[in-house]
Design a protein. Structure first.
Length: 330
């Protein structure tokens, strides 16, 4: 039986180091049946660790299973499982709470948000359920609400959850901004205990410093009074900074904990300090803090065309949960 199992491994392969962080299915030997025939079972999950003796898979229920390599008869990588619509809606609600607009109203189950125009997410409608109106009337009500506030009407459309809303907006001439990936990671996968690079450790602050706000203003084109509410109006929030010997701000990031989620945002590194692992260090510092706050998962939003950022977050264990498009009125 040992020879047969080895041949199957060589034929179909076993997970390698490059498969860690990916979804795999593993066929394992359970035992020999009553007639001496082998019995197998399949295990499907994310490969979170492996060594020369064993591999660890995390199934969708969050349970981690250890499988001895000697039990593996076949394995292969498979595409990520699509998020359930209920999971998309739940994460979008957490994201809304982690980036809170100071002006909020309900249109049925839709959320209308305004923050003096500061950032797209805080100044767009979030259509998660029934607006209480026919779709055409709901879109008109959204346009009217933003028009009254002298803001360009915008709708943040989670995909594929509200593709119907996106199609209706596109048919009316609303323009879609670049595609955004909503990515998630398990905090232990971010390896907060092994920060990359050398130099001083990140400092975590309860309020954004003047330098932090200056960088945020330059990145977002403005910094109205509403911005301070968006940044700080969360019960559990921290601002990570790394500074040089001269006191200049080299890297920064914001972290907010809502329920058991860490929202990671505003990750920025000064041009002269890039490629030194500073973005990873501030992210890991916030993940360690969030774990102490009771978080077990993290999420962020990144534009799909920002390949450098997508690669950075992949190295921290992030994978795409769902996507969204923001539509703006013509």
């Amino acid at each position: 039986m040992g020879d047969t199992r080895e041949l199957l491994v060589l034929k179909d392969g076993v997970p390698q180091a490059c498969d860690v962080g990916h979804r795999v299915v593993v066929r394992r030997l359970v035992d020999l049946g009553p007639h001496g025939r082998p019995r197998f079972t399949d295990l499907l999950g994310d490969l979170v660790a492996l060594d020369n003796e064993r591999l660890v898979l995390r199934t969708r229920d969050g349970v981690e299973h250890t499988v001895l390599r000697t039990e593996v008869v076949a394995a292969k990588r498979i595409p990520p499982a699509p998020a359930r619509y209920s999971e998309i809606a739940a994460l979008e609600q957490v994201a809304d709470a982690a980036w809170p607009a100071p002006v909020r109203e309900r249109l049925g189950e839709w959320i209308l948000r305004a923050a003096d125009g500061w950032t797209g997410r805080a100044n767009s409608a979030l259509p998660l359920g029934d607006p209480g109106l026919p779709l055409a009337e709901a879109i008109h009500a959204v346009a009217t609400w933003y028009g009254q506030r002298r803001l360009r009407p915008a709708v943040n459309v989670p995909l594929p959850l509200r593709r119907d809303v996106g199609d209706a907006l596109a048919a009316r001439g609303w323009r879609a901004l670049p595609l955004v990936l909503v990515q998630v990671a398990h905090l232990p996968d971010m390896r907060p205990g092994t920060p990359a690079g050398g130099g001083p450790p990140p400092v975590l602050l309860g309020e954004p410093s003047a330098d932090f706000l200056a960088v945020a203003a330059s990145r977002k084109q403005s910094l109205p009074d509403a911005a301070h509410h968006v940044l700080t109006a969360v019960a559990s929030v921290r601002f990570a900074e790394v500074r040089g010997e001269d006191g200049s701000l080299l890297a920064m990031a914001r972290g907010a904990v809502v329920e058991d989620w860490l929202h990671l945002g505003l990750v920025e590194v000064a041009p002269a300090a890039r490629r030194r692992g500073l973005a990873r260090r501030v992210s890991q510092a916030l993940s360690a803090w969030a774990a102490d706050e009771g978080a077990s998962r993290a999420f962020l939003q990144v534009e799909a065309h920002n390949i450098a950022a997508v690669d950075l977050y992949a190295g921290l264990g992030f994978a795409t949960h769902h996507r969204y498009l923001t539509y703006r009125a013509p």
